[in-house]
Design a protein around this ligand. Structure first.
Ligand SMILES: *[C@@H]1O[C@H](CO)[C@@H](O)[C@H](O)[C@H]1NC(C)=O
Ligand SMILES: *[C@@H]1O[C@H](CO)[C@@H](O)[C@H](O)[C@H]1NC(C)=O
Length: 262
């Protein structure tokens, strides 16, 4: 751990000469790198958020009959409505059995969302009417304890993002997932030069067999409970080995219960 930190500090010192570490989270989308195709419909809480033109915007998660949890930055360019796809595995196949596509015109974006500081990157997309759970569509459980710690736990992050930085323009037709280890905010904060706060949560970016973040807005789930919302990653891209950064769900439990529609 010490050597790991030391190496990172040296790398950071070298980079600092000419790289601005602005997270620049509006202009990026994050992709699962080296993950696996998820077993079809094994993550029935996973949502896709598309523009009205059908263009893929972000991931999200179904947390109640009428609410999709996602990142605030996902809705920055969404206009006044989005399409939400639930129950999908192959997102390129609109005729897929179990898939449901719903248009939403109602968003709740955290009023203190701050793109520059990457703070409060959380939002809800509200569905026009409650949906029923099916074999392919179910909501995910949220944590109950505000002070839960997840360091060293393995989480599952999922999304339809492209799976390499070199081919970052194409989305994956099928849902992909990655198992990834949660690291301490202390260590993450060194890598991000002080940008990480207690309302962030980070996963390891270094191990080859672990992965990058999934699509922005998508869920990080530990033992069936959603603990993170994919927020940002280092400007060099997902395979740079930098930790992935999430909005920490436990920091926003009050905000969620205040704004959620059931
Ligand atoms: C996904 O669906 C599209 C459209 O139906 C199809 O062309 C493609 O082969 C499918 N991909 C996979 C991996 O199933
Ligand atoms: C996390 O996953 C790794 C690799 O699969 C495994 O070695 C480790 O024991 C897991 N940790 C926990 C806490 O389950």
């Amino acid at each position: 751990m010490f050597i790991y930190t030391l190496v990172l500090l040296l790398v950071i010192a070298a980079l600092r000469q000419n790289v601005s570490c602005e997270a620049n989270i509006q202009s990026q989308s994050f992709k699962i790198i080296n993950g696996n195709e998820a077993a079809p419909h094994s993550l029935p809480y996973q949502a896709a958020i598309l523009g009205m033109d059908g263009k893929f915007l972000c991931g999200g998660s179904l947390i109640s009959p009428r609410s999709i949890l996602t990142a605030a930055h996902c809705l920055d360019r969404a206009g006044t409505s989005v399409q939400v796809v639930l129950g999908a595995h192959n997102i390129s196949n609109p005729g897929e059995e179990g898939q449901l596509k719903i248009t939403s015109t109602q968003f709740v974006i955290h009023k203190d969302w701050n793109a520059k500081k990457a703070l409060n990157d959380i939002a809800l997309v509200i569905l026009p009417k409650p949906i029923e759970t099916t074999n392919t569509i179910k909501w995910v459980t949220l944590p109950t304890k505000k002070n839960a710690i997840y360091i060293n736990k393995n989480g599952t992050v999922s999304g339809w993002g492209a799976y390499s930085d070199s081919d970052a323009t194409n989305i994956s037709p099928v849902l992909r997932e990655a198992r990834i280890k949660i690291i301490s905010n202390f260590f993450c904060n060194i890598a991000y030069m002080g940008k990480i706060t207690s309302s962030h949560l980070c996963t390891d970016g270094l191990k080859k067999q672990t992965f990058c973040t999934g699509d922005s807005g998508g869920p990080l789930v530990v033992d069936g409970v959603q603990v993170g919302i994919v927020s940002f990653n280092f400007v060099f891209g997902c395979s740079s080995g930098w930790p992935g950064v999430y909005t920490r769900v436990t920091s926003f439990l009050d905000w969620i219960s205040e704004h959620v529609y059931n």
